[in-house]
Design a protein around this ligand. Structure first.
Ligand code: SF4
Length: 327
């Protein structure tokens, strides 16, 4: 492709973004790099709508700066993250804030030394937060690039090379955002709408888009979990998880189910990361070992997972009293 043709494609992409791009998203209208960072971490596994409506503003109101976040106990951070899932993100965000209370680093290399910050997040911070001339590759951009350049089974490192080569140095931030939106709105995983795509003319993959983007099949793991509910004097017995996806969070005590079969409150299905869980919840007459007693009314502030919330709903369906569970 000639240089002028290349530039014309880049310009078409920017013109498309001007009209159709999601330019009003709050994290695209701030010069506060911390806000950009928070949004990027939240958006890693969660849809824009949910982040926007339930988490982004609330989190920033509670922790308006890196300093405020660093000062807060981890439990409070989990509390604001409650229901968003992938709690390691909140823990890493908190740990990073402690490492750089006065401001985030301004280069890719240093940013990638922060907990949980990989190449994508570092690039996003540099591009969207600091307006630097760096390329960004997320899932949406990867799909657009693979199709546009007609590359099958392309490796991640090569995608970054493609992104670097395609970067519009006269307006790199909008260029990256445009590619991101194009992937989210036009160059969809299934049935891309090539007829309205600004890259259509030069796109190598528009005749067979599926060939250049293959969704990877997820391998799910089934697990059964058994939790017990023990409430006394308005306090509930909880345990701090020391491993796994809920590490450092409070959860209901894990129990040996065979002892409590008669006390089964109910079961529910729960999906989290690669796990498909069948969760059984029991009422306990005796107190499990090594528990932390937490006032039942303040439990939500301690940051509990959606799975624990579901388990407590089962329990609430039975009865809460100051003496404990009453069947
Ligand atoms: S023309 Fe089609 S396949 Fe190519 S980038 Fe646009 S939407 Fe994707």
């Amino acid at each position: 492709m000639s240089k002028s043709h290349f530039q014309s494609t880049q310009n078409k992409l920017l013109s498309w973004y001007e009209i159709h791009g999601r330019k009003d998203l709050p994290w695209r209208n701030t010069e506060n790099v911390y806000h950009v960072y928070v949004s990027e971490v939240m958006l890693q596994q969660t849809q824009v709508k949910r982040v926007l409506e339930e988490y982004y503003f609330q989190f920033l109101e509670k922790f308006p700066s890196l300093f405020a976040l660093a000062q807060a106990p981890l439990e409070e951070v989990f509390g604001m993250w409650s229901g968003l899932g992938y709690y390691r993100r909140a823990k890493n965000l908190h740990a990073s804030a402690k490492l750089c209370v006065d401001g985030l680093p301004q280069d890719l290399k240093s940013l990638q030394k922060l907990p949980g910050v990989g190449r994508y997040t570092a690039s996003a911070i540099c591009s969207f937060g600091y307006a630097q001339c760096v390329s960004v590759v997320d899932t949406n951009i990867a799909r657009v690039l693979a199709r546009y350049f007609g590359e099958e089974d392309v490796k991640e490192a090569f995608l970054w090379e493609l992104a670097d080569g395609f970067l519009n140095s006269s307006n790199p931030t909008s260029h990256n955002l445009a590619l991101m939106d194009l992937g989210a709105m036009v160059c969809l995983p299934k049935s891309p709408t090539c007829e309205v795509c600004p890259l259509n003319e030069a796109c190598q993959g528009s005749s067979e888009p599926d060939k250049y983007y293959k969704t990877q099949k997820k391998n799910y793991e089934n697990k059964k979990l058994h939790f017990g509910v023990c409430v006394k004097d308005g306090k509930i017995a909880m345990k701090r998880s020391h491993k796994g996806m809920y590490k450092d969070m409070l959860e209901l005590p894990n129990i040996e189910s065979s002892f409590y079969e008669k006390n089964l409150l109910g079961t529910f299905a729960h999906a989290v990361t690669r796990y498909r869980l069948e969760v059984h919840v029991y009422s306990l007459n005796s107190t499990p070992e090594d528990v932390t007693w937490v006032a039942y009314e303040t439990l939500h502030e301690a940051g509990i997972s959606s799975m624990t919330k579901k388990a407590l709903k089962l329990y609430n369906g039975v009865k809460i009293s100051a003496e404990g569970v009453q069947n």
